[in-house]
Design a protein around this ligand. Sequence first.
Ligand code: NAG
Ligand code: NAG
Ligand code: NAG
Ligand code: NAG
Ligand code: NAG
Length: 355
Amino acid sequence: MAQKLAFLLALQVLAASAAVTSFTFGQDIDYPPYASKNATTGELTGFGVELVKAMNAHCSATLNITVVETRWSNCWSSAGGGTLGALLEDGTLDACMTYTHTQGIRNDYADFSYGILDVNKAAGLLTLLENGMPKLDGHSDLNGKTIVDVGGWAPTADGLDFVTNKCLNQKYSSNYTLVVGNGNDEAMTMLRNGSADAMFVYADQAKNYQCDGSTVAAWDCALWQGFGTEYAYVQTGQFGYVVNGTTLALSKKGSGVPEAINSCLAEVMATEAYYDACVKYDLVDSCYANSFFPSSGIVIHEYNKETDEHAGDCSSGYCPCPSTSTPTTQTSLATGLSIKALMGATLSFLVAVLL
Ligand SMILES: *[C@@H]1O[C@H](CO)[C@@H](O)[C@H](O)[C@H]1NC(C)=O
Ligand SMILES: *[C@@H]1O[C@H](CO)[C@@H](O)[C@H](O)[C@H]1NC(C)=O
Ligand SMILES: *[C@@H]1O[C@H](CO)[C@@H](O)[C@H](O)[C@H]1NC(C)=O
Ligand SMILES: *[C@@H]1O[C@H](CO)[C@@H](O)[C@H](O)[C@H]1NC(C)=O
Ligand SMILES: *[C@@H]1O[C@H](CO)[C@@H](O)[C@H](O)[C@H]1NC(C)=O
């Protein structure tokens, strides 16, 4: 009895001294609906902040996460192929929010928490339209082309080697030139002024950069006008570059932040509050479904579809795969190329079988 009491007392002391772990997480404000700033109240908002609020409420006995505004470059920089930003490096920030868990370079310097969105944060290729037709079409293997990557953002520049042309189901040629724009606006400027034939970018970026005044537009709204008339995606649904979807925390390697928050995160992601957050930010088809999600009828956004699932023309902003039957010069050239490509694929298949 005395032993039991002593044990219980010891437990209580432990519980009382197991102080709440406090973390400071950073986010920038130019990544709606994941990370932005309410234009009316000036408060940080977005899917990441919403989950932090739910976690602080659900795990108030153990966790207290404070979210602060920072520039993404303090978290992750594309300098020298990619490296940790200064404020994560020096510990001012414990983590940065809403980073995609990519393959490649980020894993050398950073740890990621569990995903807060499913593994469907697709990449795509954006190109200019001329009379409604893409300047670089969905069959291009990028041979001899110049591609601009968005510096500091996923998909990282090394990501193109992981993804597949979704019209031909082939890897791209390795003979392309990669250039890097400093952020989405500069990359878009380079696409528009002809410094690049296509931009390798999140498949939902153009949609999310259409300004509606509800959040602070920390980017150049005018630059992103003309989606579906001046520019469009010729590829979407490119996933090969990811390990997990959007995460709550990207932290310095070995810092232990994911380990400290993952169990609370997993608990919150099983609640109705998680489903409500998915609805609020129009991310239901990107969320990890739990028991509060409807079992059918979830609408899939165009940006979450494969290229060959787009129909019609490019005016939606998402071009379908080029037709191989229309007898114009341009298309027959594309057909010729795709037949060559198919022959190449068959050959490599035969070689693979023979080996
Ligand atoms: C959480 O941390 C912040 C910043 O240190 C502090 O202002 C706040 O009172 C803390 N909240 C709780 C519930 O401990
Ligand atoms: C990806 O995120 C999900 C949901 O949070 C988690 O269950 C899973 O363990 C994560 N996978 C990796 C490799 O981190
Ligand atoms: C590689 O691309 C360059 C243009 O950047 C082109 O001149 C060259 O012919 C291409 N090489 C091959 C093997 O296709
Ligand atoms: C295109 O835009 C980029 C980024 O602003 C700039 O560095 C480059 O000089 C421009 N090129 C041309 C041809 O205007
Ligand atoms: C901004 O805050 C106001 C006031 O709380 C709220 O009504 C509105 O829905 C918020 N807007 C966004 C985009 O979160």
